[in-house]
Design a protein around this ligand. Sequence first.
Ligand code: NAD
Length: 483
Amino acid sequence: MSEFVDGRMLIGGELVQSRTANWLESVNPANEEVIGRVPAAGPEDVHAAVDAALGAFDAWAGLSMAERAQYLRGYAQRLREEGKRILDIEVRDTGNTIAKLRHDVASAVRGIEYFAGLGTELKGETIPASADALHYSVRQPYGVVGRIVPFNHPILFAAKFGAPLMAGNCVVIKPSEQSPLSATVLAEIVRETLPPGVVNIVTGDGAGAGVPLVSHPLVKRISFIGSVPTGMAIQRLAADVAVKHVSLELGGKNPMIVFADADPDVVAANAVNGMNFGWMGQSCGSMSRILLPDSLYDAVLDRIVAKAEAIVQGDPGKEETGAGPMNSKAQYDKALRYIQAGIEDGARLVAGGGRPEGPEFARGYWLRPTVFADVTRDMRIFREEIFGPVMSLVRYPDGDIDEVLRLANDVEYGLTASIWTNDLRLAMRAAREVRAGYVWVNGVSRHFLGTGFGGFKNSGTGREECFDEMLSYTETKTVHVHV
Ligand code: NAD
């Protein structure tokens, strides 16, 4: 029996409860048991965290790149060492499988080490603007950065603050109120490895903690990962308070564009992997729309159905489990509403659609991997992000390249896309014309550190996981020296 997690926030190097004296409970989505709680932060906590970050800023920004890098490497090392403890909490708190979550801890560590090595690349320029002066630019940190992150990769998103820190900023992080428990372990690690106030963590919901952070006049840089409606609300809120730099990593309704020369076995395997059923579809880059030419449609459909039905659900803490429950009742209810919408709109349910069978699934937010065939562009399950284990198969006439690209682009989102063909000309054309920020040709899902991840259209602004991310935490100052 794992122990109850009694969470704390981190403000100015101290592990604290909320000044509101309120708590948020967290349940294990596999069985709905309460497994821990975190402080429900209010505006006073957020203001204290911003004050602590402001207080730490001058000293942190005054360190050399080598000193900051050394701190970050020490932090990354402790994160790696605490991986097992984090995973134990995270599996129970999210319902994601241990095999999948292990990558999250590893990739947070890799991201921090990557940025730790890039500090001295934050170069300015000398500009030959006149003959009698020295014109140069330097990159300086904003000061305090507010980072607001979603529920689906809690530790990964909360822990990967290498870019703002290396650029010399201090941060206030607000994890999601869904699955917030690993933030407590993170708080302990940060407290042990970084100077007080450089990183502060406030737990709480959007209204209690997110809104005061966005609307704090001294937090000029907000980096947000989450849904489109919240991203838009944050832009509005920020604009009412001050001029801010807001970066947004938002949702997706990502197309897999399959051309007629593709192998149905390979396409089906990658469609199912790319849909991230192992995360119950709760990963932003998931391939939720599979666009298939008539000639491949039936063959791919049969194979996808077989693979989706073969996914073994169960205890997410076991290595062999293929998928766990959904993260929360809200997500579960939303997915069920969309399954109903798919049926009402005339799509053909060919796999899943309900709870798995068996007494172990009687409680909790369990849903079978679900596949709809004959989905068309007017349907809600084609157009809207479900963020659940629901895949849509869409048919287009063989050879009609314009039509498949229109289908791919006919949504408000533009996060990722996956293109399947060995015809280089087709691949290059589709890669050019698809309106998405992260495109795989003959691949899905994988992120490559150093390459920019982020969305076109309503999927966001700004890029992460690359050098540009670090630049985005600086502002340029130009200096003219008249000798
Ligand atoms: P969400 O937008 O509901 O919440 C995200 C965070 O914002 C939470 O911490 C929440 O408390 C906070 N929040 C809510 N209202 C707020 C407000 N008014 N002001 C300030 N903060 C507020 O998103 P979610 O349900 O947690 O996550 C799922 C969404 O995130 C999906 O749309 C998914 O596609 C997206 N996502 C995008 C990426 C990416 O890299 N593009 C990655 C992961 C998830």
